[in-house]
Every structure is written in C-alpha cells, then in structure tokens.
Design a protein. Structure first.
Length: 276
C-alpha cells in the first residue's frame, strides 16, 4: 500500500497541515513512482534503509514493501505525528539529517540512503554523507533535475563543478531516471532526477593526500571557473606543480577529471612537504 493524491490530501487535512515551502515540501503521491524509486534503490530484506525527509510516508511504505528495515528521518514535527500513523513498522527519528549523530543512528552497520531531498539542502546532504558517513554505502536520491545533473556530471560539461568532483572522488554516480512534476503535491515548477550513487571501495584521489587538501584546490579552481588554472590557483599551485602533474596550466577547472585533480593535489602536497 502507498498513498494516493486523495489519501495524502486527506492526511494533511485531518492533521491540520499544509506543505511548507520553507522546508521544500513536495510530497510524492504516485504509487508507481515510489515503487520505481524503491526498485531502483535495489534494496531488500538484508538492507537497512535510511530515508531522509520521509514526509507523509508514501516512499517509506514502498521501501517497507521490499522487506528492508527502514529508518525514517523527518524534520517537521507535524509530519512526525503523521508518520507514526502511516508507517508504524518504520523506525521514526525526528530531526534534521544535517545535524544528526549518524554514528549513533547506524550503530556500526552499513546503510542505504533513499530520499526525496529538498532543493535547498540536497547538495549539502549528499556531500556531507559522502565526506563524513562511510557506513552509507549507497544512495538513491530524488532531487531537482538541475541538482541531479551536477551531482553526476563529468568533465567538460556545463553542469560539471566542484560538487561533481567531490562525488566522483568518493563514489560513482549516474542519473537513472526522471520524474515529472505531476506526481507531487504540490506540484513543483521543474522536473526531478533520480541519482544513484555508489561509494567506491577506495577514494579516487591519492591516499597520501588528505581529501580536504584536494577539495581546497577544487573549490579554488571552480570559484573562478572562467580563469585558467594558472590564475585561479596562483596562491596554491606553482608551475612546477602543473608540470609534475602533467596538467596544462592554461586549462580551466571544468576540463580536469577527478584523477587529474588528484595528480595536481599530490604534486602540491609533495612539493609543499619537500619545502618544509
């Protein structure tokens, strides 16, 4: 069982609630869509699924249908009450996913994150989980199409940016589906994308270079993406670093894949260590 548009509207009316634009609340109210998301997430009885922003519980119900154990996280106190009614089989956690103690939440066990993420928080949630919560091995997130393209973009494309490099450093990502506005209550003005993210067994960067050092270079490069790397990284990388990394300093940030950023970070790291 999942929620139809009529059932979702009735739930909101009965609890005296309405979608809150400030929290980016657009509830999925199409049974076929939530079951499609659960299928693309490839979860089953052996999985612990964490759903961020469970809302009214429509996707939660579809995830429970797979036999997976589901932890549903919800920030809105009013919706937490609804979830206790609609998905009593799920573990319901009230709070902001960006501020939770994930180590305590997962208790040392791996998890899959499946979520319909609001636009304002989607990028930071994905980046923080990849940076800080290694027990999250896979994600299947529904985000606005523009955000989804950035998460999965490759070098040389318009959508490719600093967050694309961060995702590629930790994981492999791909847009695996599109979702029209018609399946939401209320309807957003843009399409959504389904992005599958699978954590790498080891990061794509050099093991001797801290991730924070590599990302500092990446942020600087994309912070002035119209400039050449020689100019945007003038305070961070020398001509010798570019030579050692085999990178043209006349290139721009969007031309470098994650491996090239790793080579440059390694050169900067080694030359900096040699100079100390």
């Amino acid at each position: 069982m999942t929620l139809s548009p009529r059932e979702a509207s009735e739930l909101l009316r009965r609890h005296g609630l309405a979608p809150r634009q400030r929290l980016g609340q657009n509830f999925v109210v199409d049974p076929n869509t939530v079951r499609r998301i659960a299928r693309l997430a490839e979860v089953g009885p052996s999985d612990h699924v964490v759903e961020i922003g469970a809302g009214l519980g429509s996707l939660t119900l579809a995830l429970l249908e797979t036999g997976a154990r589901v932890t549903a996280i919800e920030l809105d106190d009013g919706l937490v009450e609804v979830l206790h009614e609609t998905v009593p089989a799920a573990r319901i956690v009230a709070g902001d996913a960006r501020q939770l103690d994930w180590a305590a939440l997962l208790d040392g066990r791996p998890a899959v994150v499946v979520a319909n993420l609001p636009y304002y928080a989607a990028t930071s949630i994905v980046a923080d989980l990849l940076d800080d919560v290694p027990l999250v091995e896979r994600l299947l997130v529904m985000v606005q199409a523009e955000v989804g393209e950035r998460l999965a973009a490759g070098p040389g494309t318009k959508a490719y940016g600093a967050v694309s490099v961060k995702v590629a450093y930790w994981a492999e990502a791909a847009v695996v589906g599109r979702v029209p506005p018609t399946v939401f209550l209320p309807r957003p003005k843009v399409d959504s994308a389904l992005v599958a993210i699978r954590r790498r067994s080891v990061p794509a960067g050099p093991p001797s270079v801290p991730a924070a050092d590599l990302f500092r270079l990446v942020r600087a490069g994309f912070g002035q993406r119209r400039k050449t790397l020689r100019r945007s990284l003038t305070d961070l990388a020398t001509e010798a670093d570019f030579v050692a990394a085999g990178i043209d300093p006349g290139a721009r940030a969007e031309q470098l894949d994650v491996e090239a950023w790793g080579r440059l970070a390694l050169a900067v790291h080694e030359h900096g260590a040699a100079g100390r």
